[in-house]
Each structure stands twice: as structure tokens, then as C-alpha cells.
Write a protein that binds this ligand. Structure first.
Ligand code: DGY
Length: 320
């Protein structure tokens, strides 16, 4: 009987990493063969699973996999994996923290600037052939420099966003379950309760992990507290914002603009009401999507996978 580990990878990863894994494992990869997305049946015979597309991994699926030793997620957020069930079953779960903070903070600023300065409507206008003469009275946006930024969920990504904001001479407020006096001293940022932060900020960026506590953290009441000129950026998880409340707020122009890297559900259906509004910018979950960062994330996931298969502690375990 073969002692090679059986591994399933849910999305294509670079060829050289697949080749490396194939030296010791039998590897199947979704989207490069007729293999389908994870199901209990698919996971059943596996020793290792690499998730790369937020595929739901439930306790029921793990129950069907007596040999499963490790789930290596490519990404820092792992709310799509029932990690507590995995722990109870002795299955290791790894993620890729830290490596994507800067790329995600860059994207936060790309969205913030694009929404503040009408980058997408401007491009749309030009592409439609509607730029007939220089009109100084169209597409006025909001100053980013010198404004106040409120960061909700101040972890590694929030910290990287704050550093960028200082380069734009922004005043930075943050909200987090546990205060970070060290970061307040390092960056000159100010802690604020959520309602206070929402009321005082010109820009609000969302970065909390998805949990029962953060589900619909931003709803009608919270949007009602924001300034009418405010811009909201969600780059955390779609479920952090109540999309029905958001649609209604954006429809009546309650705040100036919203930029979403993440939606609920994902992908957002093409006929979703939010997509009919000019003050709503949506991109398809691109937060960490750069060549350099995604490559490093896959390398970290490979390290987690191989460690778990070989009974070694994961270098990046979610249980640490
Ligand atoms: C993350 O790292 O959690 C991103 O959403 C990409 O998966």
C-alpha cells in the first residue's frame, strides 16, 4: 500500500509548488481536472486539504475524513472552516497571517482614494465617449489629505492602513476590542468607541474578523451615525455590513460613497440592487491579490500542509 499522502487543493496554485508537493503526495487540484469542489465525499480519503477559495469546510465533512491531518488555508481569515470542530477532531488548521497585511492595506487605500475621487465614474464617462470638453464642475470628490480616518478592527491590517493614512496627513481613530496603547504611542492614533468613531470620521475602513459579534456590525443605525460626506470601505468580510441597510442608505445618499472588496453573498449576484447605484464601488475580493503576496501566501500554506502531514507543529497554526 502507498504511503504517499493524499492531498486536495481547491484552486490552482503555482506549478512549482504543486510539483514540490507531488514529490511526496498524490495531489488533486480543482479547476485543472474534472475534480469538483470539496464535499464530504471528496474529503473522505484525504490526509491533507489546501483551501484557497473560501470553500465551506464543515464538521460533517471532516467527520467523513478519518485520516485528515491538516487543513492549510491560503488566507488569513478562516471563518469558512469550522476550526473548533477540526480541533476537536485533532485536525490542524493553518492560515497565512502577516504576509498579506501590506497588500491589503494598499488595496484599502486604492478603494478609499477611488471612492473619494470618483476614479471609476470618471473612467466610465471617458470610455462612454462623454468627455466632450473640460468641465470643471463634474465629479467633485472629497479631500483625503487632512481628513479623519476611522479604522474598525485594528489588527495587523488596520495597523498597516494607519501607517499609510499618516502619509496623507490624516487624523486616525481606531476601534478594537482590546486597546493598543503601544500603537497609540507609536502612530499617534486615538482610540474611539464605535459610535464616536463613526460620527467623527470622514472615511471609515472595516477590518474585523468575521464572527457572531461582528455580523452586521454596520447596519441602519451605524450608517445613520456617519457624516453625510463620509466614505465607507469594507475589506474584511461581506457579512460585517448589512447589505439591505447599506442599499437603502446609499439609495438615499445617506453617505457619499461605499467601496466593497467583499460582499454578502460572494460573489454578489449581477442583479443585486447595490450594483445599480453609482455611489457603490465593488471589486471581487482583491485585497491581497498581488503576484508577490499571493505567491508568499501559497508558500506559507504549503509549509503548513507539509508540517501537518508529517506530524510537525504548523508554522502558522490558527490554534496558537
Ligand atoms: C484572507 O486572507 O482572509 C483573504 O480574504 C483572502 O482569502
Amino acid at each position: 500500500m502507498s504511503n504517499r499522502s493524499k492531498v486536495f487543493i481547491t484552486r490552482p496554485i503555482p506549478d512549482e509548488i504543486v510539483a514540490e508537493l507531488r514529490e511526496t503526495c498524490d495531489v488533486e487540484m480543482w479547476h485543472t481536472s474534472a475534480v469538483s469542489a470539496p464535499t464530504a465525499e471528496k474529503i473522505g480519503p484525504l490526509d491533507g486539504l489546501m483551501t484557497y477559495g473560501h470553500e465551506l469546510i464543515t464538521d460533517e465533512m471532516m467527520a467523513a475524513a478519518p485520516d485528515l491531518k491538516v487543513i492549510a488555508n491560503v488566507g488569513v481569515g478562516y471563518d469558512h472552516i469550522d476550526a473548533e470542530a477540526a480541533r476537536a477532531r485533532g485536525i490542524e488548521v493553518g492560515n497565512t497571517p502577516g504576509v498579506l497585511s501590506d497588500a491589503t492595506a494598499d488595496m484599502t487605500f486604492a478603494l478609499l482614494l477611488a471612492a473619494a475621487r470618483n476614479v471609476v465614474p470618471g473612467n466610465r464617462l471617458v470610455q462612454a465617449g462623454d468627455w466632450q470638453y473640460y468641465d470643471p464642475n463634474i465629479l467633485w470628490g472629497q479631500d483625503v489629505h487632512g481628513s479623519t480616518l476611522g479604522i474598525v478592527g485594528m489588527g495587523r491590517i488596520g495597523h498597516a492602513v494607519a501607517k499609510r493614512a499618516l502619509g496623507f496627513d490624516m487624523k486616525v481613530l481606531y476601534n478594537k476590542r482590546t486597546r493598543r496603547p503601544d500603537w497609540e504611542a507609536e502612530l499617534g492614533i486615538e482610540y474611539a468607541e464605535l459610535d464616536d468613531l463613526l460620527a467623527r470620521s470622514d472615511f471609515v475602513t472595516l477590518h474585523p474578523p468575521m464572527s457572531d459579534e461582528t455580523r452586521h456590525l454596520i447596519g441602519t443605525r451605524e450608517l445613520g451615525l456617519m457624516k453625510s460626506r463620509a466614505v465607507l470601505v469594507n475589506i474584511a468580510r461581506g457579512g460585517v455590513v448589512d447589505h439591505d441597510a447599506l442599499y437603502e442608505a446609499m439609495r438615499v445618499g445617506k453617505i457619499t460613497a461605499v467601496a466593497l472588496d467583499v460582499t454578502e453573498p460572494e460573489p454578489i449576484p449581477a442583479d443585486h440592487p447595490l450594483l445599480t447605484l453609482d455611489n457603490v464601488l465593488v471589486v471581487p475580493h482583491l485585497g491581497s491579490a498581488t503576484v508577490q503576496t499571493r505567491t508568499k501566501m501559497v508558500q506559507m500554506a504549503r509549509d503548513n500542509l507539509l508540517a501537518g502531514l508529517n506530524g510537525r507543529p504548523l508554522p502558522y497554526s490558527v490554534f496558537q
